[in-house]
Ligand binder design. Structure first.
Ligand code: OOB
Length: 548
């Protein structure tokens, strides 16, 4: 069925490939095996056939069915005119269509841009415009939100978006369901080329896109599945958003599909819904962020559901406190695994057979022997083992550059290709990493990342705002929340007015500041930059004193 006519040479413009000698090394080491996502699914379907691959609240799909439906959808998308390398913004909740859509696009060589369900007009419109997306794929409604309304606004702003495709009731758009067609010839794709885009948590004014290739991503999936000992009996619950790197590939749903297990999609991460799935499908492994871990542990104490099938609870996305970590085994009776990863690449895991203190007190060690990890001081000099420093990394599945971001890449990567993670870590003698803090200007709100500059720019657009700094404030539940410290012009705005303003600008709800403080001036460092450290201390003290 494959034809070579459609093969295109070279890699996507705006993508920074690995240097040839590194690529060669990763191939020789057996990391990059030349498999594409399309081949991956075909191979799994041949091997695992009628086994259940995916389950959601409406459907169960076998490997064979998933494979067939992805090919049929690819044919329908091609008929619409979607071509190799076309970008398509995909914003779907935890439903099986997510996989049908992604694999259909993978097979076509079109590139999914994986947006998250909370994203709204500001984010989606930017992704569509920046990537010149030809299509936007949504569900009709989820969590009480009508994505078709959002799509109408997007189409008005992003002229390249010719198609809005809807899982469910299409409204004025095209029903995804109407596109499944007789499978047609597919292009041959280069496994070293970009397969899709992840989003960066970011620390700059403009969100960055992360190009991931078939070769590099599938390597991280296989190696992760191995580290987590996944097999045909593994049942993975997707409780967090399915498109996030953690739930998708660490080892996530793709790792489970690799191993021939079953992926169960929960619409919501709440204990109610998640625990019902765990009991019903005998879930063996799942991934959560630390605040959710705490909620689950609390709920598990008097849960009516049988959770005994759970073998492994992965926790990552933000720092897990040792105190919560310690309660996992006793409460859920399963192994804890800390996962410290990033959509840019590097993922660290505590290993299943690590001693308890390593599992509780560290954020794990890298997947690969060829993940190069450096911990450096302000001048990029390596610090001693055990000392705190900035984490730099390079390796077989860590990107060499953001998509179309040349100027930013010069800062975010060293000259020799190490990614500056912005994380402040300590490395133990055994090579495990402990996250000690963060140098990047970002708030980690229980795993949801907020780039301070992005929100500051939005607030500066308000006529009553002269200056503003967004900083993290400590929070017992989420770890951090965001506080906007605002210097008003003559008439100080009411905090409510500012949050309404941000909402009207179409910002995702998690990015709306949790607190707004008005002040006469922002503290500055010696070099005249806003002293965010001082601001963080100020707000933390204020909260501690008032107890609020
Ligand atoms: C994951 O990916 P992103 O891209 O949403 O965020 C990456 C950043 C890291 O640079 C770090 O600052 C923070 O999130 N982070 C953690 C952490 N895991 C991620 N900080 C402390 N402890 C942890 N365990 O968040 C992500 C991607 C793949 C797997 C897991 C998480």
């Amino acid at each position: 069925m494959r034809t070579d006519e459609l093969r295109e040479t070279g890699t996507l413009a705006g993508f920074t490939p690995w240097p040839a000698d590194f690529a060669e090394r990763y191939r020789r080491a057996g990391y990059w095996i030349g498999e594409t996502f399309g081949d991956f699914l075909r191979d799994r379907a041949e091997r695992f056939g009628d086994r259940t691959a995916l389950v959601d609240d409406r459907r169960r799909l076998s490997y064979r069915e998933l494979d067939a439906r992805a090919s049929r959808l690819a044919a329908g998308l091609a008929r619409l005119g979607i071509k190799p390398r076309d970008r398509v913004v995909v914003q779907l909740p935890n439903i099986v269509e997510f996989f049908e859509v992604c694999f259909a696009l993978f097979r076509l060589g079109a590139l999914p841009v994986l947006a998250l369900p909370p994203h709204r007009r500001a984010e989606i419109s930017y992704f569509c415009q920046f990537t010149e997306a030809v299509a936007y794929i949504i569900a009709d409604k989820d969590g009480g939100f009508d994505y078709r309304k959002l799509a109408e606004e997007i189409q008005a702003e992003a002229s390249t978006v010719k198609h809005v495709l809807v899982a469910g009731e299409p409204g004025p758009f095209t029903a995804l369901e109407s596109l499944y067609d007789e499978p047609a010839p597919l292009p041959t794709l280069a496994p070293e080329d970009v397969a899709f885009f992840q989003l960066s948590g970011g620390s700059t004014g403009i969100p960055k896109l992360i190009p991931r290739t078939h070769d590099d991503y599938l390597y991280s999936v296989r190696a992760s599945a191995d580290i987590c000992a996944l097999d045909g009996d593994s049942v993975f619950l997707v409780a967090l958003p399915v498109a996030h790197n953690f739930t998708l590939s660490s080892p996530g749903s793709l790792g489970v599909l690799h191993a021939g297990g079953r992926v169960v999609l929960s619409r919501r991460p709440s204990p109610d819904e998640a625990f019902r799935w765990i009991e019903k499908e005998r879930v063996t492994v799942t991934a959560v962020v630390p605040p959710l871990c705490a909620v689950w542990l609390e709920a598990a104490r008097n849960a009516r559901q049988n959770l005994s099938s759970l073998r492994l609870l992965q926790v990552g996305g933000s720092k897990l406190s040792a105190e919560v970590a310690r309660r996992v085994r006793g409460t859920l009776g399963c192994t804890l695994q800390q996962v410290f990863g990033m959509a840019e690449g590097l993922v660290n895991y505590t290993r299943l057979d690590d001693p308890e203190d390593v599992i509780i007190e560290t954020q794990g060690r890298p997947i690969s022997a060829d993940d190069e990890v450096r911990v450096v001081d302000e001048d990029d000099r390596d610090v001693e083992v055990g000392q705190v420093g900035h984490l730099l990394t390079r390796g077989p599945y860590t990107i060499r550059g953001y998509y179309k971001a040349e100027a930013h890449n010069a800062k975010a990567f060293t000259r020799d290709g190490f990614y500056r993670t912005g994380d402040v870590v300590r490395r133990t003698p055994a090579g495990y990493l402990v996250v000690e803090g963060r140098a990047k200007d970002q708030i980690n709100r229980g795993g949801e990342k907020i780039a301070a500059e992005e929100i500051e720019n939005h607030l500066l657009a308000h006529p009553a705002v002269r200056d503003v700094a967004l900083v993290a404030m400590p929070d017992a539940f989420l770890g951090e929340r965001s506080c906007a410290v605002v210097v008003p012009r003559e008439t100080p705005p009411a905090p409510r007015e500012l949050t309404t303003f941000l909402r009207e600008r179409g910002l995702a709800a998690y990015k709306i500041p949790d607190r707004i403080e008005l002040t006469g001036d922002l503290p500055k460092t010696n070099v005249g930059k806003v002293d965010k450290q001082a601001l963080r201390r100020w707000i933390a003290d204020k909260i501690a004193q008032k107890g609020q």
